[in-house]
Structure formats: structure tokens, C-alpha cells
Design a protein around this ligand. Structure first.
Ligand SMILES: NC(=O)c1ccc[n+]([C@@H]2O[C@H](COP(=O)([O-])OP(=O)(O)OC[C@H]3O[C@@H](n4cnc5c(N)ncnc54)[C@H](OP(=O)(O)O)[C@@H]3O)[C@@H](O)[C@H]2O)c1
Length: 248
């Protein structure tokens, strides 16, 4: 009979999940932990990351927390350095952290909000993808999953910059896939409709029970993680069965 016990920590696959403190990012972290990944979880709110870590059941040495504002230009390099110093590898990157201000006309949007939307939803994922791809190319494998939004296609009034950032993220994912697939790296954009999280403000016109759940998006992430590199789902669109937006 085999005497093999659990594999040592150094042999575990490693996933970096941004925005893992709540909502969709937390659900993704839980799925990856259940699949025996070691995690690096990024956000700005310590208590929420602590709660996610506790829910994963992972020991501290397999659940690194990085408190950082991804809108800062230096943040992606600092995060990747921390992951590689701690684990020495990266198998999965999930660019999930995202932010949008309340719906506003493009003429009234504050300049600092415009910069922040582009930095968090587009610049940071691009920078992290480039850094992860360098390591994954050496490893000969890896998966990079970008959480976009149906706002990219539905282009709702009041969300022009957020929609543009998410449309840019989808285009970036597809174009990067053309390059990186040759190195055995999977790239995928997940494009969800409304998901019941704190990002979506309470609104009488929205039926929250009809929205997607964070777990629905996490399952799509695992579909990419588990797919073979030769048949990567480059884009997954997720829509609720029934429209959560009540018509008047
Ligand atoms: N909810 C939806 O209906 C929906 C639909 C389509 C796509 N999405 C996308 O799905 C992703 C997750 O959204 P969600 O609904 O789960 O949102 P959420 O509940 O607001 O969670 C966002 C996560 O990102 C982190 N985050 C935000 N800004 C950050 C920053 N500057 N630096 C570091 N971390 C930051 C937040 O933590 P801190 O605030 O502590 O930093 C939090 O952990 C986003 O990319 C969003 O655009 C959401």
C-alpha cells in the first residue's frame, strides 16, 4: 500500500486572486482553495481578507494576504514580487478587483474617478498579466482569467468609462491569448451580467434574487482552470436566466 501523505506545500499550485475580500473574489478564492491551491489574496480591507482566509480553511503559510491599492502604479509589481518571494511560482492569476462609481454622466464624472476606474479595471490587470506571463512562460503553463462585465457590451448610460475599461479588458485578453497560447498559457475573459454583490447598490428596480451569484462566476473560473490548454474557453459570457431589471 502507498505510504504517501499529503503533498508538501512547495508542490501545491499557486493562485493570485485580486479583490478577494468579498463578493465574486471571495467565491473564487474559496473554489481555488477547495481545489488545493495555495493562495495570494489582494484587497485594501484587512478584516475582509481575514474573513476570506478563515472561510478557505487554509493555514497562513498557504494564504498570503496583500493589502494594497491596485490603483497605484507600483502595486502590480509589488504584488507579483510578494507572490514569487513567498511561493516561487504562479499557476493562476485572477484579475477580479474592480470598481465603478455611482452612475454618472461623462460630463459630470470627477477626473480622479475616471483615473481610478481605468487604473483598477484595466491598467492593473494588464500589468499583472504581463508580470505573470513572464513567470508562466518559464514554467511552460498557467492560466490568466480576467473578470470583465456585460457593461462592455450593453454600454449603459452613466457607465461609459467603466464599460470602456471592461471592453478594453476583453480586447486585451483576446489579443494576449493570441501571443501567450504559444507558451502554453490559457487566457480567458469572464463576462458576467448582474451579480448580487455590494458593487450593485440597492435599487427597487432590481430583483436581487434573479441576479447571478458570486459562486456562478467562480464556477466559470474553475472551468477555465480545469480546461486543457489546447481547448481554452477564451471568453465566457454568463447571464441570469431571468432579467433582474424590472421593466416599468
Ligand atoms: N457585481 C456585478 O454585478 C458584476 C457584474 C459584472 C462584472 N463584475 C466585476 O466583477 C469583479 C468583482 O466585483 P464584485 O461585484 O465582487 O465587487 P465587490 O463586492 O465590490 O468586491 C470588489 C473587491 O475588489 C477589491 N478592490 C476594489 N478596488 C480595489 C483597489 N483599488 N485595490 C485593491 N482591491 C480593490 C475590494 O476590496 P477593497 O475595497 O477592500 O479594496 C473587493 O475585495 C469586478 O471586476 C467587477 O467589475 C461585477
Amino acid at each position: 500500500m502507498s505510504q504517501r501523505g499529503p503533498s508538501p506545500i512547495a508542490e501545491k499550485r499557486v493562485a493570485l486572486v485580486t479583490g478577494a475580500g468579498r463578493g465574486i473574489g471571495r467565491a473564487i478564492a474559496l473554489e481555488l482553495a477547495a481545489a488545493d491551491f495555495s493562495l495570494c489574496m489582494v484587497a485594501r480591507t484587512r478584516e475582509q481578507l481575514d474573513d476570506t482566509r478563515a472561510l478557505t480553511g487554509l493555514p497562513k503559510e498557504r494564504s498570503l494576504l496583500v493589502l494594497i491599492d491596485l490603483a497605484s502604479e507600483d502595486a502590480p509589481a509589488a504584488v507579483m514580487q510578494t507572490v514569487l518571494d513567498c511561493y516561487g511560482r504562479i499557476d493562476v492569476l485572477v484579475n477580479n478587483a474592480g470598481w465603478a462609481p455611482p452612475r454618472t454622466s461623462i460630463m459630470k464624472m470627477r477626473a480622479e474617478d475616471l483615473d481610478r476606474v481605468l487604473a483598477v479595471n484595466l491598467r492593473a490587470p494588464i500589468a499583472l498579466t504581463r508580470l505573470a506571463a513572464l513567470k508562466m512562460t518559464d514554467q511552460g503553463c498557467g492560466a490568466i482569467i480576467n473578470i470583465a462585465s456585460s457593461a462592455a457590451q450593453k454600454t449603459p448610460a452613466g457607465e461609459a468609462v467603466y464599460a470602456a475599461a471592461k471592453a478594453g479588458l476583453i480586447a486585451f485578453t483576446r489579443a494576449s491569448f493570441q501571443e501567450l497560447r504559444l507558451d502554453g498559457i490559457k487566457l480567458s475573459a469572464i463576462v458576467p451580467g448582474l451579480v448580487d454583490t455590494s458593487l450593485i447598490p440597492q435599487n427597487k428596480r432590481l430583483v436581487r434574487a434573479l441576479m447571478l451569484s458570486p459562486a456562478d462566476v467562480a464556477h466559470a473560473v474553475m472551468q477555465v482552470v480545469n480546461s486543457p490548454a489546447r481547448a481554452c474557453p477564451v471568453e465566457i459570457t454568463l447571464e441570469p436566466q431571468f432579467d433582474p431589471e424590472r421593466s416599468r
